[in-house]
Ligand binder design. Structure first.
Ligand SMILES: Nc1ncnc2c1ncn2[C@@H]1O[C@H](COP(=O)(O)OP(=O)(O)OP(=O)(O)O)[C@@H](O)[C@H]1O
Length: 179
């Protein structure tokens, strides 16, 4: 996300400029049918522990700025990760939110979200709406509050897949090779 106000000098903030979050998705129906079990322990808010399957022996622990467990909701992720960035964008900082993970891990679910089965729920109220629609809604709500001020909002939506850069908003499906 980007606003047109001039970027300011780097923030003198105690917080680091790059934050890394992890979201663990619930087991899907295929995994449940196969009686698979999760080997990821999310009981700490800042660490995940990968357990060995057989004896539950702790094998590895990884630290993050925040852990979102299998039970986490779209709104939890939005409020913690993206909500603070909207103020930053409106103050002239450039902010990037990017989802990384192997296929089927929940990047699209987290970024775009899904549509609830109930057709009477609008996307603005849909608990399954992901980061992108929530951020757009939030941004334009804030801009509306600024009354007559004129703003330009530019949005880009890119996918890096197999080291190829894909513009997801381009109707021509142009692909740029990164190497
Ligand atoms: N947090 C979650 N809660 C419930 N279902 C989820 C969650 N995350 C992912 N899923 C489900 O898991 C499946 C795979 O998720 P998704 O399509 O978002 O993965 P992806 O990382 O975008 O995959 P790909 O890289 O192949 O596009 C989907 O059916 C999605 O509904």
């Amino acid at each position: 996300m980007e606003s047109t106000s001039k970027p300011k000098a780097a923030k003198e903030s105690k917080e680091r400029n790059i934050q890394v979050f992890v979201r663990v998705r619930p087991l899907n129906s295929v995994e449940r049918a196969a009686k698979s079990c999760s080997i990821v322990d999310c009981s700490s808010s800042r660490e995940i522990t990968i357990k060995e399957r057989v004896n539950d022996k702790i094998s590895k622990t990884f630290g993050f700025d925040r852990v979102f467990s299998q039970e986490s909701k779209q709104v939890d992720v939005y409020k913690y990760v993206v909500n603070p960035l909207i103020d930053e964008v409106l103050s002239g900082y450039n902010c990037t939110v990017f989802a990384y993970g192997q296929t089927g891990t929940g990047k699209t679910f987290t970024m775009e979200g899904e549509k609830s089965n109930d057709p009477s729920i609008s996307w603005q109220d849909d608990p399954l709406s992901g980061i992108v629609p929530r951020a757009m809604n939030h941004l334009f709500d804030e801009l509306r509050l600024l009354g007559d001020a004129e703003f330009t909002v530019r949005v880009s939506f890119l996918e890096i897949y197999n080291e190829e850069l894909i513009d997801l908003l381009s109707p021509t499906d142009d692909i740029t090779k990164l190497r």
